[in-house]
Design a protein around this ligand. Structure first.
Ligand code: CIR
Length: 255
């Protein structure tokens, strides 16, 4: 169960965030409204939401998931692989220190890089995507920190997608939303696969929060498949974040 969530309001410069999407620039006013609705959906899951103010210096700073991995035993402060995002971490450290003691904070150090979007938590085991943003050195540092705290991790090479959780979401009870390059990967054969339909790949990024699942608006087959498993689904529109390669998980840290 999660008790806390941290989010950060999008800044106006989010319209110039890093993107490969080719969907045009986000509408900032709509992005703000969608962010407010996202916070409401999280609150409906019974968590306390800490809302950080926007930071114009960092266009992608609303995607707080990439700056930290918050486990039940310790907090990992990352070193994002995207050069324009490295500076986002400094503002997150004092916030995370409100929730974790000094001896519960670990750091990814250069040349290691890691972004939280590449980390999928399954109980006390963590899958770490090796991507354009997260390198092996970063993953090794994280695995060492996990083992120090009695947990474990393993690496998963990525080929075509941005982050691990762009194509995979663990929604508890052995249920895994899965798409594209992960379908045939034996690492994930032990899970109950909920295969994301062709054309709905963006819907693979959902979040489980205390028994409910937040699903992006516009992915009806994915929504139905999750509802068929008995979950209560909360639909949240993230159309403006999709334009800068962001999804539901990227917008928060849940712990
Ligand atoms: C980026 O490319 O870094 C941002 N525009 C999107 C980050 C998405 N984050 C995530 O999947 N965890």
């Amino acid at each position: 169960m999660f008790t806390n969530v941290i989010v950060k309001k999008p800044c106006h410069s989010m319209i110039d965030g890093i993107t490969t999407a080719n969907l045009g620039k986000p509408n900032y006013e709509l992005a703000l409204k969608q962010h407010a609705a996202y916070i409401q959906a999280l609150k409906a899951c019974g968590v306390n939401v800490t809302v950080l103010e926007a930071d114009e210096a960092y266009p992608d700073s609303c995607f707080v998931e990439d700056t930290a991995v918050l486990t039940r035993k310790f907090a990992l402060i990352t070193n994002p692989g995207a050069p324009s995002r490295k500076g986002e971490v400094a503002a997150m450290v004092p916030v995370i220190k409100q929730f974790y003691g000094e001896d519960q904070i670990e750091y990814i150090k250069a040349p290691g890089t890691l972004e939280g979007g590449d980390v999928m938590m399954v109980g006390d085991h963590f899958y770490i995507g090796i991507s354009a943003r997260t390198n092996k050195e970063g993953a090794q540092q994280f695995i060492a920190a996990l083992e120090k705290h009695g947990m474990s991790g393993e690496m998963v090479p990525l080929y075509t997608i941005l982050h691990l959780k762009t194509g995979l979401s663990y929604i508890e009870n052995k249920n895994l939303l899965i798409s594209g390059e992960f379908l045939e990967n034996p690492t994930f054969s032990k899970f109950n696969h909920i295969e994301v339909a062709e054309g709905e790949e963006y819907g693979a990024n959902c979040i489980w929060v205390n028994g409910k699942v937040l699903v992006p608006a516009g992915y009806p087959q994915t929504q139905k498949a999750i509802e068929a498993l008995g979950y209560e689904v909360l639909v949240v529109d993230t159309s403006e974040y999709r334009k800068v390669d962001g999804g539901l998980s990227c917008l928060s840290l849940r712990f």
